[in-house]
Design a protein around this ligand. Sequence first.
Ligand code: OGA
Ligand code: MN
Length: 294
Amino acid sequence: MTSRLSESGFGLELQDVDLADLNDQIIERVTKAFYASGGALLIRNQEHLTPENLRDFVALFGTVEKNEKYNPDFLMPDFPEILRLGNLMENGKRAALWIKSDDVLMWHSDDTFRDPQPIGSCLYCVTAPPTGAATWFAGMTHAYQALSDDLKKTITPLTALHSYDHLNEFLRLSNPHRPPLSEELLKELPPIERPLVVKHPVTGKKALYVTPIHMESVNGMTEEDARPLLNQLLVHATQPQFTFAHAWKSGDLVLWDNRCAMHAPSPFDADKHDRLMYRLTINGEQIESAAEQS
Ligand code: OGA
Ligand code: MN
């Protein structure tokens, strides 16, 4: 059984599955549900999964990353596919990637400034604080479909520069422990041009591709014209009917698709409570431009 997680139909919860038993029938159900979800699939009650079970599930959707770009202290020992997120400390040192969240939701799809971009991630809850730390999701296919024809026409030919440096400097404002990007990284990851409307390589559906915190500029537009447009599109895409917040319990898992969904973390009291999540990231078929087809 599946149930909807937002009014527009974006986001699905798939019930009565045990991901430790990946038989053909379950594989068909989870893959169908994932592509039907518009980019966010929730499955609960998976606290019994082993790291291997998690990896085998995620591998149904692409190649599982080994997280080379992260500090090895943040990876599960002998299991580099699992990146730990949260406020976990071991021997006085951070043992998980810690990104402090603000009250303002930082909507994004991951690493839009990388080529190839990771196509999605699976976030698996080990320990959740009693309140806070929900993750928000927004469906960009549903949001695109609800735009006026005029606005669709205006934005479809547009492209933007996505930049890691732009994001990093923004994150440094609230995470002073975060270093500036090294010369090496700046060279390795120069800004990349991406369309504002993309086509999903598997479903063929168009989606808005607007992550203002990664976007340095919109090509052919001044900053004064571009920011209000990007903000307008973000406000549109994050209306209640296209979004849901998932309040985590241990054993919950959400698989998201960076090609047609955004997500945003929310804060919790990290001095009082623990949060530990496992994150597995997938590489695979990249977004296409929607401009040629329209
Ligand atoms: C991520 C992310 C949100 C969260 O892992 O890319 O944005 O709530 N996580 O942990
Ligand atoms: Mn993210």
